[in-house]
Design a protein around this ligand. Structure first.
Ligand code: AMP
Length: 368
């Protein structure tokens, strides 16, 4: 079997790694000549909407999938015109490309989301404040990631300046959720509607970027864990999503509140390569190719630490007992994810020391 992937970054690289033992060959489309996945997959160097590039990446493929949600609509149209199945289906993209449609979908499913108001001009500020209040967060509806395209609004007076800063239109203003921690849930769904639901995990961010994931989320009540998983399943089913998706969540005293949906494998699921019976990457490959899904159960407890900004100290990381290091081969840059380390243990107690060691190295790379 053969899989085409739009995007050739580290997510595609790990998808290609998990495809290989299944005998599935991979081609990626990525304009960057030195993208991570290009090291192990056939690499078409072209823009995402380049018709010849799209034809090339899909040549001989059973299905084309993607590693990021901002796939141009023109790309999906071109592939569809040539009879090439694209999974997840386009609805997963069109809804998750827009924070407003995402929130609308989830509220419609009875999932709690932050109060929000849409802002299409400076004139909408007063009504948004009336509906949502302050403090809040103003976000661009589209193309935001890792905390980019958002501004904190401390008081009502700050909103007009924030609107101007983010371009004045196509914005969403959200009320601030008082969360105790951030969680996420990863769900894989097969072409036959079968499901593999990973345990909800706890995520810690730094500068708006994921720093550390604990799997499963420590001390999560059965009620909140079930609610988080039910949200993931409801979203996957409502989108008729095939493959993996992730829903980012807030854990609050009043229950679970959903923040946003990623229609793809997610950084908060990287732990599953070593920490789950079947990883999110393999389950995505299995799902989109119509193969049976694997077991998402965690093997003991796992933690994933991101290395961001500067090259990891490889020797120091490998000196941590049990550390599995994944280095993406990308040029260092402030705020850029360059590698991650996964630790797996039988108990949280056994994980504590190696995790603390990994976190020190992660912080050092971030601060350098
Ligand atoms: P997002 O791009 O929506 O994932 O937001 C980035 C980060 O900002 C989240 O991981 C949260 O830490 C924080 N955040 C976003 N929206 C809210 C909200 N409505 N209330 C509180 N914190 C938020």
């Amino acid at each position: 079997m053969r899989l085409g992937i739009l995007g050739g970054g580290q997510l595609a690289w790990m998808l290609a790694q998990s495809a290989e033992p299944l005998g599935v060959s991979v081609a990626v489309l990525d304009p960057s000549p030195d993208c991570a996945a290009g090291r192990i997959a056939d690499h078409v160097v072209a823009a995402y909407d380049d018709p010849a590039g799209l034809d090339e990446v899909s040549k001989g493929a059973d299905v084309v999938t993607y590693e990021f949600e901002n796939v141009p609509a023109a790309a999906v149209t071109r592939l569809a015109e040539h009879g090439m199945p694209v999974l997840p289906f386009p609805a997963s993209l069109t809804i998750t490309q827009d924070r407003a449609r995402e929130k609308e979908l989830m509220s419609g499913l009875g999932i709690k989301v932050a109060p929000y108001a849409l802002i299409d001009s400076a004139d909408d500020a007063a009504a948004a404040l009336e509906a949502v209040g302050a403090p809040g967060i103003l976000k661009t509806r589209r193309l935001g990631y890792d905390g980019k395209g958002q501004v904190r609004v401390k008081s009502a007076d700050d909103l007009p300046a924030a609107i101007a800063e983010l371009g004045g239109t196509d914005l969403i203003y959200e009320g601030l959720i008082a969360f105790t921690r951030e969680l996420s849930v990863v769900v894989a769904r097969g072409t036959d509607g079968s499901l593999a639901v990973y345990p909800p995990v706890e995520n810690e961010h730094r500068d708006g970027i994921l720093a550390c994931t604990l799997a499963p989320a420590p001390d999560l009540s059965a009620e909140h864990a079930e609610a988080a998983q039910a949200i993931g399943v409801a979203v996957a089913e409502a989108l008729d999503h095939i493959g993996v998706l992730c829903v980012e969540l807030f854990d609050t005293a009043e229950g679970i509140v959903a923040n946003e949906i990623a229609p793809r494998v997610h950084n908060s699921g990287h732990w599953s390569i070593e920490g789950a019976v079947t990883s999110q990457f393999e389950n995505h490959v299995r799902g989109v190719l119509g193969l049976p899904l694997g077991d998402p159960s965690v093997r003991g407890v796992a933690a994933m630490v991101n290395i961001v900004g500067t090259e990891p100290d490889l020797a120091a990381l490998l000196a941590i007992p049990g550390a599995s290091v994944h280095t993406y081969g990308k040029a260092p840059r402030t705020g850029r994810k360059l590698a991650h380390v996964t630790l797996v243990a039988d108990s949280a107690e056994a994980l504590a020391v190696p995790l603390a060691q990994a976190r020190v190295l992660c912080d050092a790379a971030w601060d350098a």
